[in-house]
Ligand binder design. Structure first.
Ligand code: ADP
Ligand code: MG
Length: 390
């Protein structure tokens, strides 16, 4: 679950990490009063969308005085921002954070994330902040500091200090930076985050350290033990089909292609997507109905898949280990009683009761394309796309 900047900043504050003063507004009429309340000569108007790179896309604007801040906020509401992280469709602005502008001396980068290779939380920092960190990593990897944390929830002071000194801080600022890193680490750990990112972490002309931007994501699997965080989910920012998938209990990720996939097992689902690409196609989704799926799961998953209007061909790839192939086949037919499917459907089923499953599909009214191997299925589904590959 991704958080908005304003939500992440509230968490930061609760953990003693300093952030600029700000106020969230959810409609244009609140803008002027909020700007007056924040006060100051310079304010920053910031679109709250679940994507970074807002600055370059016109989603972060500097205003002189409350009048201009209100005007900029009014213009920003309802705009669609396209950033490198939103995808081509962009995101519509429905919430805006008005915040005081700080006098920037220098921008830094700081993040805590999960290093899957090291199987540990990692703290990543760089004195080259404000810009996209991927570029720094590609251009000058020596400018990135990487340290690992432990699973105790507390980062040893010497690790945090090493990073602070590595960023070039000394004296009082090194102390402030050390404390900030430790506090963010505690937040990361206690709230079961998959990511906490501060870009930029700002050193002001007055010599203070502030988190000027804030990003955080909570591990969905840990939400059960964080009732206090559940209300932070912004459904407007999420893919409707992914919301539905959560309710159905299937793992689903929407992608950009035209071939809808229904597979059991995450590994098989990834192999299926690879083979589709190998044959020149693009999957429309990742969908894992999981090993122990029952008939209702199959029906729900099939509905989910075909509810995506971009899906022009379907590939069903089931290996019947725990699930029975005949149950999957009759689940598909039952779902098709309720929904009118026009897309060609390629089916590859193997394993327990596979012959029975294939018989059910062959005898059905619908012209299923039955494949006899995974490679054959991938080839057939790409060939079945109306208008050819894309
Ligand atoms: P994004 O990462 O989505 O582009 P940021 O919040 O990082 O959005 O803002 C982009 C840039 O705008 C920052 O790197 C910083 O230079 C400037 N900026 C953002 N907020 C403030 C602020 N409160 N005061 C001064 N400058 C700011
Ligand atoms: Mg940023």
């Amino acid at each position: 679950m991704k958080l908005h900047e304003y939500q992440a900043k509230e968490l930061f504050s609760a953990y003693g990490v300093p952030v600029p003063r700000g106020k969230l507004i959810t409609n244009p009429w609140q803008a002027y009063d909020a700007a007056v309340e924040i006060g100051g000569e310079r304010l920053v108007v910031k679109a709250q969308i679940h994507a970074g790179g807002r600055g370059k896309a016109g989603g972060v604007k500097l205003a002189h005085g409350a009048e201009e801040a209100a005007k900029l906020a009014e213009e920003m509401f309802g705009r669609v921002l396209v950033t490198p992280q939103t995808g081509p469709a962009g995101k519509k602005v429905g919430k805006i954070l008005l915040t005081e502008a700080v006098d920037i001396e220098k921008e830094y980068y700081l993040a805590i994330l999960v290093d899957r290779t090291a199987k540990k939380p990692a703290i990543m920092a760089s004195a080259e902040g404000g810009v996209e960190i991927e570029q720094v990593a590609a251009r000058s990897p020596e400018k990135i500091i990487l340290e690992h944390g432990s699973f105790t929830g507390d980062l040893p002071p010497f690790t945090a200090r090493k990073i602070a000194y590595g960023l070039g801080f000394t004296g009082k600022q090194a102390g402030a930076c050390t404390k900030m890193i430790q506090n963010l680490y505690r937040l990361f750990f206690e709230k079961d985050c998959s990511l906490v990112e501060v870009n930029p972490l700002v050193l002001t002309k007055q010599g203070d350290l502030l988190a000027v931007d804030a990003k955080a994501a909570i591990d969905d699997n840990a939400l059960a033990r964080h009732p206090e965080l559940r209300g932070l989910r912004d459904f407007d920012e999420e893919e409707p089909l992914e919301i539905l998938a959560r309710r159905y209990g299937v793992d689903y990720v929407k992608l950009d292609g035209r071939i809808g996939c229904m597979v059991n097992g995450a590994g098989l689902a990834m192999a299926t997507m690879d083979l589709i690409k190998l044959n020149g196609g693009e999957p429309a989704n990742f969908l894992d109905i999981k090993g122990g799926a029952n008939k209702q799961n199959v029906i729900n998953a099939f509905k989910l898949l075909t509810a995506d209007e971009r899906v022009e061909a379907v590939l069903i790839n089931i290996f019947g280990g725990i699930v029975r192939c005949d149950m999957v086949a009759s689940g598909i037919l039952e779902a098709m009683k309720e929904i009118a499917v026009k897309a060609p459907i390629v089916v590859r089923i193997e394993g327990t009761n596979a012959a029975e499953g294939r018989r059910i599909l062959k005898e059905a009214d619908y012209p299923f394309i039955v494949a006899d191997s995974l490679a054959d299925a991938a080839r057939k589904v790409v060939a079945a796309l109306p208008g050819g590959k894309r």
